[in-house]
Design a protein around this ligand. Structure first.
Ligand SMILES: [Zn+2]
Length: 319
């Protein structure tokens, strides 16, 4: 069962902590965007659970099952769930056996979820896109194929509609052609698809975008010199191109993961929320005091939304 007191505590901690970095009035607002929108349905909820990183170690299998049980037991049931990427611990730097073992575990666990689920690609779900890769270019499993075949219906990005809202799941994982490392990037082919998809959605439909790598974040700045830039792997490098593409549309919410922190940036009618992590700090404990958990988003017919983060009560298992 989800612990409502935990959720409230978490929300307080979030508003009292990260919000104080900004002008409180903007961040304290539970919803974003008040303009009339084209949503014609009824209010509904969905779950955003990101950075699961399931693995055989540290009780992660039990942890994921506990998280999914918590989602199943939510008193106000979501219509569906979206995962935010990094479903398995790592595909970037492992061999075929370890790779299969992790996907098998994920497959087994996710079957316990009682709601439909849409999956977003994370960097750790991509095989071998690392300077330290074990599986090399040209080998069968190299790249994004395992994810797209298994959980993307043959694709790494897509969109769908629900109750008058439009949902876009982006593939935010690019590759440095020299080092073969991944980086935050939305390529031109996807941009062309996105442009057409947005035109189809129209300028009055409220839109939720889900990306693994965040467009914007302050967590890197919190860790060191705030003037220091983020690494090419930390943020979507061409986020400015996307912001231009999104500008004429009602993009209410951009959900991300990747940094495992819980933070919210409200800017020009769009809320950018990085949704914590199911695994916390890779199953080693909370991140900046934020517990292992998931987000519940309530979408209203007028194009506004509310976001709540739920801890699921995980206790760290020593290695
Ligand atoms: Zn990631």
């Amino acid at each position: 069962m989800p612990d409502p007191s935990c959720s409230v505590t978490t929300r307080r901690r979030w508003l009292g902590g990260v919000a104080s970095l900004f002008t409180g009035s903007v961040l304290a607002a539970p919803t974003a965007g008040t303009t009339a929108a084209g949503a014609g349905g009824k209010a509904f909820r969905f779950v955003h659970m990101t950075d699961i990183h399931v693995q055989p170690e540290r009780g992660a299998v039990e942890g994921l099952k506990q998280c999914l049980h918590s989602v199943n037991a939510l008193p106000e049931a979501p219509d569906f769930c979206i995962t935010g990427g990094d479903l398995i611990m790592d595909a970037l730097e492992v061999g075929p056996d370890r790779l299969k073992q992790q996907w098998q575990i994920f497959d087994e666990c996710i079957q316990t979820l009682e709601k439909p689920v849409y999956h977003t690609l994370g960097n750790h779900d991509v095989v071998g896109w690392s300077a330290k890769s074990v599986i090399m270019p040209g080998e069968t499993d190299y790249g994004k194929k395992l994810f797209s075949d298994r959980y993307g219906q043959g694709r790494t990005y897509r969109s769908f509609d629900h109750q008058g809202w439009h949902f876009i799941l982006l593939d935010s994982i690019g590759q440095d052609p020299v080092t073969r490392d991944y980086l935050g990037w939305v390529d031109e082919e996807q941009q062309a698809w996105l442009k057409a998809d947005l035109e189809k959605a129209g300028t009055s439909t409220p839109i939720v975008v889900v990306t693994h790598v965040p467009f914007y974040s302050v967590w890197g700045q919190m860790n060191g010199d705030p003037r220091k830039g983020e690494s090419p792997r930390g943020l979507v490098n061409n986020a400015h191109v996307l912001r231009k593409l999104f500008a004429p549309y009602q993009v209410k919410l951009v959900l991300s993961g990747h940094g495992h922190v819980l933070e919210r940036i409200d800017f020009h009618g769009t809320s950018y929320i990085q949704g914590g992590a199911v695994c916390g700090m890779w199953w080693k404990g909370p991140v900046f005091g934020n517990p292992e958990g998931f987000g519940v988003v309530t979408c209203h017919p007028d194009g506004t939304f509310a976001y709540d983060y739920h801890g699921y009560g995980w206790k760290v298992v020593k290695a």
